[in-house]
Design a protein around this ligand. Structure first.
Ligand code: 3H9
Length: 694
């Protein structure tokens, strides 16, 4: 008998129990165990009905994703579910926790479904670049109809039990002990003379095929580059247009196609990377964490306010400190406005707005924050200002409090050095808007204590973020790599590519927008000030491209002034501007550069490869511990297309040798200064390896 599935009888009820921690994934032994258990209970004449239930924290949460890389052994999930669905005795799935993916498909193969009120069900395969491959696209639509099926399977969300009952996915919500309730439900079925009931036998309603065309058109832009959503629509359409078995065949064919696709490989990589990133190499799993019950944020600007919202959203009381009452009031009004907007969209209730606002306590006095467990400084990005704040915090905060800085560029060690407790100082680099963006670059200083790191990494998850641990360097991981792309894209324009050509190449690659649209949106003055600071600090670029600075000096700061690199007649849509074209041509002339036609391929290579090379340097220097940390940062902080898996994963896919060879080619053309391959890149190419072989 399988070591993960057992069966027994209780009177006339046969019981099947799955026990495969942590999430009862459908590995080979679970599939085999289910099949064998069902067959044995069907052969036992004393058994009249069967209940399927899971041990541990959840019902089956899906196929075992680990098996996808190696191939799934026999029996396949489809025949196992087929055995259940065609059984001559009624089978009841008793659901707690999450019935997801293959887990819900197993439940749909049962004849009845009951669930605890806290249970969630869903078909989230789309998030792995897949589609439900064990009948989900054929059975669920027969229960819920075309529109709901599209929302549920293309959306991939988790549906709470009450909604699942309203949709007809589950038959009853039960309370108390699930096993007892499941058995009672099965006994009642027998008493009422109810037998097996297969979803495959339901004749789907007739639907207008325009539903599918419209749905596809509606998601086309948002799902650009992904394969799975479109294949799912195709399968759901088949559920309504083809007999059940032909629909199943269509599902199988498209599932296999997705399984072999680079898009799904990338998305599955991200699934594991998102979980792995929380585990810090070298930091023992049992490192004690500091208790975080209260927090304070210094600075009620856009960043500080957004950070405070994260704590309030997680139910953690947070003090918001701003020295001037007027700025504090403004900050609070913005926070309230954000919450009210979310409530208007129906995502939270008005009561939630008030509860969250009540958790944010405004103050103008440092004295009020002396007892908090963590302080996050989010003041103006200037070393002297930050040092002043940290000196004050050192003086007022209780011993053991974590002192965090939200700096995006400054040296965390230098900030820590003004305190008597550098071991308690860490960087927490939130991305703007801080209440929306999932990424948190946690920056470990030279002296940051292990328990501070462990606390902040686990706090990241608590406040709804994906925390990636990085080390101190200019720009940390994300902005440092971005800098390489920004530099090269400015050079390309000088050499003859247009901003719109470059933006299109990177948009087509999969980014939500290109670098120049992004720069206009962020405000060109921001980068201008950073460059000015760098020049003042003596950080002179070997090749300086001045055309963007000249645009800023014309008072064109981007979208907010309706003109930047592009013109904005409606405040939003970038329009190429002949004035800028002339200015660029003049700058090129002044720099002695003869403009030429530049191919899209050259643009892609010169924008993407320096990022990868910078990533290699970052790994070598130990600024990021693993390539997956870099990938997670780019996917969650910079809109890197998930179906390409992150820059380092993508680099492995296209082959590091191609990147290395391009570096050598560009070194001949432009000199070695910016085209020196990282030693790690060179080493991996020599060994025929990729970043993920490290
Ligand atoms: C599918 O079903 C295809 C079928 O249609 C067709 C087949 C033919 N497999 O997330 P957590 C691990 S596709 C293997 O931290 P939580 C996870 O890696 C699948 N492992 O916990 C982690 O390991 P570790 C469709 C899995 O409480 C540990 O479990 N299903 C799987 O925050 C704990 O996970 C899905 O896409 C898996 N399926 O969240 C559901 N799932 O401790 C995917 C989890 O070593 N899973 N692990 O880091 C989830 O969404 C969440 O894990 C869940 C729990 C909500 C269940």
């Amino acid at each position: 008998m399988s070591d993960t599935v057992s069966y027994s009888t209780q009177g006339v009820i046969g019981l099947i129990k799955v026990n495969n921690p942590p999430v009862n994934a459908l590995c080979q032994s679970v599939r085999a165990g289910l099949k064998e258990s069902v067959e044995n209970l069907l052969a036992d004449d004393s058994v009249k009905a069967i209940v399927l239930i899971c041990e541990g924290r959840t019902f089956i949460a899906g196929a075992d994703i680990n098996e996808f890389a190696t191939g799934m052994g026999e029996p396949g999930l489809v025949p196992v579910i087929g055995t259940m669905e065609t059984a001559a005795k009624p089978i009841v799935a008793a659901i707690h926790g999450t019935a997801l993916g293959g887990g819900l498909e197993v439940a749909l193969g049962c004849h009845y479904r009951v669930a605890l009120p806290t249970a969630l069900v869903g078909l989230p395969e789309v998030n792995l670049g897949l589609l439900p491959g064990a009948g989900g696209t054929q059975r669920l639509p027969r229960l819920v109809g075309a529109e709901a099926a599209l929302e549920l399977i293309v959306g991939g969300g988790h549906v709470p039990a009450a909604q699942a009952k309203a949709l007809g996915i589950i038959d009853d919500i039960v309370k108390g002990d699930l096993l007892e309730a499941g058995i009672a439900y099965a006994e009642k079925l027998l008493a009422d003379g109810k037998g097996p009931r297969a979803i495959r036998d339901i004749t789907p309603e007739t639907v207008d095929s325009a539903i599918f065309d419209n749905y596809e058109a509606g998601i086309a832009r948002k799902q650009r580059g992904f394969l799975a959503p479109f294949h799912i629509i195709n399968c759901i359409r088949a559920a309504f247009e083809l007999p059940f078995d032909e629909g199943m065949a269509r599902e199988q064919e498209l599932f296999d196609e997705l399984m072999a696709s680079s898009e799904s490989a990338a998305q599955r990589h991200i699934f594991f990377a998102e979980r792995e990133v929380a585990k810090v190499p070298g930091l023992p799993k049992d490192t004690a964490k500091r208790d975080i019950k209260t927090a304070a944020i210094i600075g009620a600007g856009t960043m500080g306010g957004g950070i405070a919202m994260n704590f309030a959203n997680a139910g953690i009381p947070v003090k918001l400190l701003e020295l001037k009452q007027e700025f504090l009031d403004k900050g609070l009004a913005t926070i309230r406005g954000n919450y009210e907007n979310t409530a208007k969209k129906g995502r939270i209730t008005q009561a939630d707005v008030e509860t969250r606002m009540a958790l944010i306590e405004p103050t103008t006095s440092y004295d009020d924050i002396k007892g908090v467990d963590i302080v996050i400084e989010a003041v103006f990005e200037n070393m002297d200002v930050k040092k002043e704040v940290f000196k004050t915090l050192d003086g007022v905060c209780k011993q053991g409090a974590i002192l965090a800085t939200n700096t995006s560029t400054l040296d965390v060690d230098e900030i820590a050095s003004v305190t008597q407790r550098p071991q308690d100082v860490i960087g927490m680099h939130f991305f703007s808007p801080a209440n929306v963006m999932r990424l948190l670059e946690n920056v470990r200083g030279e002296k940051t204590a292990d328990d501070v790191i462990a606390t902040v990494m686990s706090l990241s998850k608590r406040i709804g973020k994906i925390g990636a641990l990085v080390g101190v360097c200019d720009g940390f991981v994300g902005n440092r790599m971005l800098h390489a792309r920004t530099r090269e894209s400015a050079f390309l324009v000088e050499e003859g590519a247009t901003p719109e050509q470059i933006d299109k190449v990177l948009f087509d690659y999969g980014f939500p927008m290109g670098p120049f649209t992004m720069a206009d949106m962020a405000g060109l003055d921001v980068g201008y000030k950073v460059r000015e600071e760098r020049r003042k600090a003596g950080k002179i670029e070997q090749r300086d491209s001045v055309w963007i600075d000249k645009i800023v000096e014309m008072g064109r700061h981007g979208q907010k002034t309706n003109a930047g690199i592009y013109l904005y007649e409606d405040g939003r849509t970038p329009i190429p501007d002949p004035v800028v074209k002339d200015l660029i041509a003049q700058c090129a002339k002044d720099a002695g550069i003869e403009q030429r036609q530049i191919s899209d391929q050259e643009i892609l290579e010169r924008c993407m490869y320096p990022m990868i090379n910078e990533g290699a340097l970052i790994l070598e220097e130990g600024i990021a511990a693993r390539p997956l940390d870099i990938d997670i940062i780019w996917i969650n902080g910079y809109g890197f297309p998930a179906y390409k898996g992150g820059p380092m994963f993508w680099a492995d896919q296209i082959g590091l040798k191609n990147i290395y060879d391009a570096y050598k080619k560009y070194a001949l053309q432009f000199g070695e200064h910016y085209w020196q391959p990282a030693p790690l890149l060179e080493k991996l190419v020599k060994e025929g390896k990729g970043f993920y072989d490290l």
